[in-house]
Write a protein of this length. Structure first.
Length: 110
């Protein structure tokens, strides 16, 4: 029962099931944050050949930011909301970089 309430709140916060035009700026920003964290985890477990000399941080940010901002360019999502989502991604990148620099254990995790 509790899981269902938590899941419903999560879906509502992300605007799951809504049309792209019906998403709020907050929902787009939260979606960007969730996608960032999911891809960071995926790239972290990927082979080093995928990353080359780049850190998982850099790869995740480059791929997702390109995808997000590409939608702003081609007009498939609202322009300003998409820019906000991109700003959330860059902000998360900076925050996680700072935390990683201060915590060796967290740095190794990500």
């Amino acid at each position: 029962m509790l899981f269902q309430h938590v899941w419903a709140a999560f879906c509502q916060a992300l605007g799951i099931g809504l049309n792209g035009r019906d998403l709020t700026s907050t929902q787009m920003g939260l979606r960007a944050a969730v996608v960032y964290l999911a891809w960071l985890a995926a790239v972290r477990f990927a082979d080093n050949r995928l990353l080359g000399r780049y850190s998982p941080f850099d790869v995740v940010l480059a791929v997702i930011l390109g995808a997000v901002l590409g939608r702003a360019i081609n007009g498939s999502t609202p322009f300003f909301e998409t820019l906000i989502a991109g700003a959330v991604l860059v902000g998360m990148h900076w925050i996680l970089t700072i935390v990683s620099a201060h915590s060796h254990a967290f740095g190794k995790l990500v």
